[in-house]
Design a protein around this ligand. Structure first.
Ligand SMILES: C[S@@+](CC[C@H](N)C(=O)[O-])C[C@H]1O[C@@H](n2cnc3c(N)ncnc32)[C@H](O)[C@@H]1O
Length: 244
């Protein structure tokens, strides 16, 4: 089957199209935010001034603050409809930056940065890791690494969450709403189609093209850009780098 990315998609690579339904999907078991943020707070240790890459609607930030109210969080996202929901959820509990991380520019430095399915993550098949990026162009993705590393203090941590291998499936979220996703493998990545339907048909659809890079190559890139490769956390939920 031809990948949908082959066709011109005016709204490719943004969450605008599905922002309205995002929380319904996520809070029906897509992620376990309590477990994720428990592990994340262990990874971050005593570091509290933290940048979230791809804050989305603020679900991770909300749960992280439940782990420790001392966190000073800045959430970056380039989808206005997503960050607006984060603002509704969290008000002034965190700071917001409507920015694309490929051009990240914040007049501040952080003790840590993390991404949970945000701009970057790893896919874990139980044996190897594959880096996965919402920035689907290799050079631009590499530039985004530099931009984020610039915003870390020396010794600052970068924690990227692991996810399971993506599959095609369909799931009823509520009486009215069904979610389905389809993965289209391509060279150097894949396109994922997110679909929300009700009994009348399609209510929202989004295509997102992801770049993938082998885990070991990614570690090499971060190392070349001035980071130590710390490795997996004890629960195999995060992969961690530290700025030298
Ligand atoms: C799957 S959502 C994850 C949101 C949140 N971390 C969570 O777990 O609920 C991915 C988010 O990353 C944002 N994103 C993707 N590429 C980005 C970029 N280049 N710069 C900033 N944000 C980006 C999207 O707009 C989206 O809100």
């Amino acid at each position: 089957m031809n990948s949908p990315a082959d066709k011109e998609q005016k709204d490719l690579n943004t969450y605008e199209g599905i922002a309205k339904y995002y929380d319904t999907l996520m809070t029906q078991g897509y992620y376990d935010y309590n477990e994720i943020t428990k592990d994340l707070s262990e990874v971050l240790g005593d570091k509290t001034k933290i940048l979230e890459l791809g804050v989305g609607t603020g679900l991770v930030a909300e749960h992280l603050l439940k782990q420790n109210v001392e966190y000073k969080l800045t959430g970056v996202d380039n989808t206005e409809a997503m960050i607006n929901q984060a603002k509704e959820r969290l008000g002034n509990k965190i700071h917001y930056e409507l920015q694309d991380i490929t051009k990240l520019s914040i007049d501040d430095q952080f003790q840590g940065a993390f991404s949970v399915g945000g701009c970057w993550y790893f896919i874990d098949d139980g044996k190897d890791l594959e880096f996965c990026s919402h920035i689907d162009d290799y050079q631009t993705c590499k530039e985004s690494f530099s931009k984020v590393i610039c915003h870390l203090e020396i010794g600052g941590l970068l924690a990227l969450a692991l996810q399971n291998v993506h599959t095609n499936y369909s799931k009823k979220l509520t009486e009215e709403l069904t979610y389905s996703q389809e993965i289209f493998k391509e060279d150097n990545g894949f396109t994922k189609r997110y679909r929300f339907t009700n009994d009348k048909g399609l209510v929202a659809e989004q295509m997102y093209r992801y770049l993938t890079i082998q885990g070991l190559d990614t570690h090499k890139l971060f190392s070349e850009l001035g980071c130590e490769v710390v490795g997996l956390n004890s629960t195999r939920k995060f992969f961690v780098y530290q700025k030298r």
